[in-house]
Design a protein around this ligand. Structure first.
Ligand SMILES: O=C(O)CCC(=O)C(=O)O
Length: 321
């Protein structure tokens, strides 16, 4: 199986991301969208803790980072996280619980975080020879797949994703994360597509991992939430250390708003700054994404990361068979 061409590899390392059009076949796209709709239609609302996906970066929200048990134990499950604006501000007088302002299918922000192990159609496009070949091209020795999710970005309600670097969330020492992001619908400036800061993975463009999103523990060591803390480990991947010198962050001129067709794959370097806006359009923007980290000796997956390996002891899913 062929991986990336030398030109594509160079482009990925120069820009910090790479768009591969027509990566998924029309049949694969249909099967992933059908599966997504089935999951949204069938998840039970009665037993749901009404967890919302909040990053805590938006001061006007005044909402903390998502970090309840439903979220923290979702790494090996399929769970549903609501939009920050999904609920009424006052409880429904009959149930005493916040009321959904839209049908549940249109109020979910994301479905995660183990579609790649538990859903056959998502597993098929994740743990594939095609992706293994790409990982080989990028130099992975023992790539492990984790944190898979569908991001729904429903019309009108789909929340913004503030600028971030994926290695802040899935930190290995040294950093190694790469995101695989698949457009399941056309995504462009009109419907809250990805905004990528070209070259911002480099130290001289402020690409060093300076903060990390980790579990917050109580006095007994139990995870009770999440928080951002300062990163004291390696800040750039192996081979990029000469760029360690802290530089100016990226500017607006570095921002590329991607215009991609359904079926495109965007590879996202773990140190590259990226974001997406709130979806104020009438078009949804479904995307599927998972991440890959280096599982070989010499890269340590951090025990404080919000997502921890499955309790089964199997470790994160191997991409090489
Ligand atoms: O799909 C989006 O809107 C944002 C995705 C993203 O930032 C990520 O997967 O790291």
């Amino acid at each position: 199986m062929e991986g990336l061409t030398p030109t594509q590899i160079t482009s990925f390392h120069e820009n910090g991301y790479l768009v591969l059009p027509n990566h998924l076949t029309p049949t694969e796209i249909t099967s992933l969208l059908t599966e997504t709709q089935t999951l949204l239609d069938t998840f039970p609302l009665e037993t749901h803790p009404l967890t919302q996906f909040t990053t805590g970066d938006d001061a006007k929200d005044n909402k903390p980072h998502v970090g309840d048990d439903y979220f923290l134990t979702s790494g090996d499950k399929i769970r549903f996280f609501f939009e920050p604006d999904a609920f009424s501000s006052t409880p429904d007088p009959t149930t005493g619980k916040p009321a959904l302002l839209k049908p549940k299918q249109q109020a979910v922000n994301k479905i995660g975080h183990s579609l790649h192990t538990l859903s056959p159609p998502f597993r098929g496009v994740s743990l594939s020879e095609r992706n293994a070949a790409i990982a080989r091209s990028l130099g992975f020795k023992d790539p492990r797949v984790l944190q898979s999710m569908v991001i729904c970005k429903q019309p009108g309600i789909g929340g913004a994703v503030p600028s971030h670097r994926d290695s802040e969330f899935l930190y290995t020492n040294p950093p190694s994360a790469v995101g695989w992001w698949f457009a399941l619908q056309d995504a462009g400036p009109g419907n809250a597509t990805l905004g990528m800061y070209r070259g911002s993975h480099r130290g001289r463009k402020g690409g060093a991992v300076r903060r990390r999103f980790v579990r917050r523990n109580d006095a007994e060591g139990r995870a009770v939430g999440t928080e951002f803390v300062e990163n004291t480990g390696a800040a750039l991947p192996r081979g990029m250390e000469e760029d360690e010198e802290e530089g100016q962050g990226p500017t607006d001129e570095d921002l590329e708003i991607l215009e991609v067709k359904a079926g495109s794959l965007v590879l996202i370097h773990g140190n590259v700054l990226h974001k997406s806006e709130r979806n104020t359009s009438e078009r949804s923007r479904f995307a599927y994404t998972f991440h890959v980290i280096e599982g070989a000796d010499g890269w340590e997956y951090d025990e404080r990361n919000w997502l921890q390996p499955p309790e089964s002891g199997e470790g994160f899913s191997k991409l090489y068979r």
